[in-house]
Design a protein around this ligand. Structure first.
Ligand code: GAP
Length: 456
């Protein structure tokens, strides 16, 4: 049976991202750096919106969660305790003919996928990046760039317990960069050596861990749906025993149907008490929890939902991408959820006519106080709508000559291309309501106004 793949072509996503300023190859003027990418003006907004939506859902809207921003470099012993120095490795094979290196688990056959040459036996290769702290480059000054944000949370467990007065069950959330010297990278921003994670460590009483594990799997799955990912493009996959990470008791992946096939978007693991026990042992500190109600003292178990910002960005872009017939041509549109859309509103004066510009600029200044707004007066209105569709802008506001007289504007919605006309004084309130999900009134244009802007 052919492997299932998204209908969206990765090349189209990469090209749109480059063309419109979402994502560029890193250091491109020097020929780029393998697997490193830079987020441009629209990409940075998309990424911020993803992180904000995550933070709002897992920290702001809950009273059992707090946030943290730990440093990327940590005491090297933390990585010994966590098992990463010993066990965070992938089996690496090398082609004896062309010397390309491969992750053994990525290969289907036993010959080099590039030249067909014979491969060496697998050797374990540690994925942590090493560097030196201070001026002396010796073993005593080695530090690692963190390969996951999780350990910064575990080593702060006691600090947070003492200062936040949270009682179990409670969680700590963190967003930040992680680094892995991956053997094989690729598929655009899917697997890179520098990436951003959004991780939660949720501390629970032993024995309640399975219940909270199920809870978080559902919670996180629904988060993607709530931001517009199509149900048929998401699935859950349970890890087999042989696949579990060294710390995990159980793990589910939330998988997305990417252009190259189904692949992990987020992992939710039951880490048991592995990490706190290890850090207590290596640091000599007491990392137990005292339950005042029952008088019990125990090492909490941990449920860990761990998501990637970059992978989420890719999934949201792929899921939103569409090529649709519109007025005799094909429009490319990103049906991004309004919360994620980099630009919420575009102000488009009908022309650069000097009578229209002051009013359009006035609105632009007002909107900017409320939403990320773009002003575009170049080329035909149809071309400008297409440009905004292509970057996922939910609403375009047009100002025409009648606006000068009746102080009304037209709002055009991206997905339906429907338009409404309303008094300028109601614009911000209406846009706010529509951006928060109020249905767009698709009253026919002709019934609401006598002049305006067609989609062409
Ligand atoms: N603390 C657990 C942990 O790090 P993981 O499954 O190795 O678990 C969690 O990583 C998430 O981080 C993945 O689901 C993925 O979204 C993201 N991620 C991991 N490695 C990545 C890489 N090389 N490039 C981009 N994202 C990555």
């Amino acid at each position: 049976m052919p492997e299932e793949k998204s209908k969206v072509d990765m090349e189209k996503i990469v090209s749109l991202c480059k063309r419109r300023g979402f994502i560029f190859p890193s250091s491109e003027i020097y020929g780029g750096l393998n697997s490193c990418w830079d987020y441009g003006p629209l990409g940075v907004e998309l990424k911020r919106n993803i992180k904000d939506a995550w933070w709002r859902s897992v920290v702001q809207e809950r009273d059992d969660m707090v946030g943290l921003d730990a440093s990327i470099m940590m005491h090297p012993q933390a990585w010994v305790a966590s098992g990463h120095v010993e066990g965070f490795s992938d089996p690496l094979v090398e082609c004896k003919t062309c010397h390309l290196r491969w992750r053994a688990t990525d290969l289907n056959g036993d010959s080099c996928p590039d030249c067909g040459g014979e491969l060496t036996e697998p050797k374990l290769f540690n994925l942590m990046f090493k560097t030196f702290m201070g001026p002396v480059e010796d073993n005593a000054s080695i530090v690692y760039l963190r390969p996951e944000t999780a350990q910064g949370i575990f080593v702060n467990f006691d600090n947070i317990l003492a200062t936040s007065r949270k009682k179990i069950p409670f969680g700590i959330a963190q967003i930040g960069k992680s680094f892995r010297n991956e053997i094989t990278t690729g598929n655009f921003i899917f697997r890179t050596r520098e990436f951003e994670q959004m991780e939660i460590e949720y501390f629970v009483k032993p024995g309640t861990d399975e219940e909270f594990f199920d809870y978080w799997v559902k919670e996180r799955f629904n988060w993607y749906l709530s931001l517009g990912i199509r149900r048929e493009n998401l699935r859950l996959r349970q890890h087999g025993k042989e696949e579990l990470a060294h710390y995990a008791k159980a793990c589910y992946d939330i998988e997305y149907l990417f252009p190259m096939g189904w692949a992990e978007l987020e992992g939710i693991a039951n880490r048991g008490n592995f990490d706190l026990v290890q850090h207590a042992k290596y640091s000599g500190k007491n990392l137990t929890y005292f339950d005042e109600e029952t008088g019990e003292r125990y090492v909490p178990y941990v449920i860990e939902p761990s998501a990637g910002v970059d992978r989420s960005a890719l999934a949201f872009l792929v899921d939103a991408y569409a090529e649709e017939p519109a007025e005799g041509e094909t429009r490319v549109v990103l049906h991004l959820h309004p919360e994620l859309a980099p630009i919420k509103v575009a102000v488009l004066p009908l022309s650069r006519n000097e009578k229209l510009v002051p009013l359009a600029k006035e609105l632009y200044a007002e909107f900017r106080r409320h939403f990320m707004t773009q002003y575009d007066d170049a080329q035909s209105i149809g071309r400008r709508y297409r440009r905004q569709d292509e970057i996922g802008t939910p609403f375009c506001v047009t100002i025409d000559f009648q606006s000068l007289e009746d102080k009304q504007i037209t709002i055009r919605e991206r997905d339906s291309m429907a338009q409404i006309r309303l008094p300028m004084t109601e614009a911000v309130k209406t846009l706010q309501a529509k951006l928060s999900g109020e249905p767009f009134a698709t009253q026919p244009l002709w019934a609401t106004r006598t002049s305006g802007v067609s989609d062409k």
